[in-house]
Design a protein around this ligand. Sequence first.
Ligand code: UD1
Ligand code: UDP
Length: 378
Amino acid sequence: MRLGKVLVVFGTRPEAIKMAPVINELRKVKDIETVVAVTAQHREMLDQVLDLFDIKPDHDLNLMKKEQDLFSITEGVLEGIRPIIEEEKPDLVLVHGDTTTTFAAALAAFYCKIPVGHVEAGLRTRNKYSPFPEEMNRSLTGKLAELHFAPTDTSRENLLAEATAMFKIWVTGNTVIDALLQTVKPDYQFGPEFAGIDFSKRLLLVTTHRRENWGNPMREIYRALIDLTDRFPDTEVIFPVHKNPIVRDTAFEMLGNRQRIHLLEPLDYEPFTQLINASYLVLTDSGGMQEEAPSLGKPVLVLRDTTERPEALQAGTVKLVGAVYQKIMDEASLLLSDSSEYEKMARAINPYGDGKAARRIAKVITDFLYVRIGTTNF
Ligand code: UD1
Ligand code: UDP
C-alpha cells in the first residue's frame, strides 16, 4: 500500500550530515516515496556530504551566492521551494534544525498547507539574538511544524513549555550520533594531505563561523590561538576554515604562515570525525561539534556566550568560554597544564543519542502517513 510522499529539504553542511541517516532510513520503507530537494545555501560544503552519504538530490536550487545575506537566502528558498512543492505534492515536508533554509522551507510548506516535520526540534537559548538568526529560525519552524523530533528530554520540555501538544513530540536522540557512528573508524589512516601535521603533538581542533563572532570576537579567538601555541610548544592547531569569506579573510590574515597553526580547507566529514578522535581539545562555535566531541570523549571549549545544547554543559564535558581572549587563554591553559582538570572533562558521554534516531523518526513518519490515509485531521 502506498503510504505517501515525503519531501526532505535542506541546504547546508550540518543539515546534510544530520539528515542523511534519516533519508537512508526513509528509503528503506518501500511504501514511502522520499524526494530530496537541496537549496544549496552551501555549495562545496554541502556536496562533500552528499557524496559521502551517496545522496543524489531530485531537486537542486543551487542558491548560494558569494555574499548572500539573510534576505536573499530567505527569498530564494521561499520562491524556489514553491514550484517543487506544487509539482511533487508531498504529504509531509521534512526540515532540519535552525538554518534559514529550514525556516523558509517550513514557511513555504505552510503556505501550501502541507504538514511539516522538524528534525532536531526544541533546542532553545531563549535569547532571540544568540545564536542569530538560528534561535528564531528554530522557534518559528517549531510553530509551523506538526511533528517535532526532539533529540533530548530537555528539548521536549522546551517545546511543552511553549504549549506544543504532547502527542506531536517524539524524543528520538540526535541523528548526528547516527552519522558519527556510521563514519568514525578506529583504524582510519590519514591521507597525504595531513602530512604536515605532527600527530605526536597535542592537537587543538578549531572551527569558527557564527555570525555573532564575525569581526572583533573572531580576532580575540585567533589571538588566543596564537598565544596558546606559543605558550605550549607541544601543541598544534588544526583549523579547517569555513568557506565564508568573512571568516576566511580574518583567519588567513591573522593565522596564515604560522608554523604550528594549520589552516585547512573544510574537510570531508570522514577525515574530520577522525580528527576529532585524534585531538586533545576542541575549540569551536559550532553546534554539531558540541554533540560529536563529547560522545568521543573530547573536552570542548565553546566559543559562544550561550548554547542551546545544555546537556554536555551539565555533564561537565563542555564549557562556555565566549569569544573572549582572556577566558579562552585561562580555560585552555588549565586543560593543557593540569591533567586532573583535563580528565574531569575528557569523559565520553552521550546525552544526544544512541545511533538509532533516524530509525525512530522514520517509524513515526510511517505511522503518521498511515493515519493520514484515514483522516486529514492528524
Ligand atoms: C549557515 C547557517 C548557520 C549554520 C551554518 C553551518 C543561516 C543563516 N546560517 O551559516 O545556521 O550553522 O550555515 O555552517 O542559515 N560558502 C561557500 N561555500 C560553501 C558554504 C559557504 O563559498 O560551501 C560561503 C558563501 O560565500 C556564502 C557564505 O559562505 O555566502 C555564508 O554562507 P551562509 O549559509 O549564508 O552562512 P553560514 O555562516 O555558512
Ligand atoms: N565538519 C566537517 N568538516 C569540517 C568541519 C566540520 O565535516 O571541516 C562537520 C562537523 O563534524 C559537524 C558539522 O560539520 O557535524 C558542523 O558544521 P558547522 O559547524 O558548519 O555548523 P553548525 O553545527 O554550527 O550548525
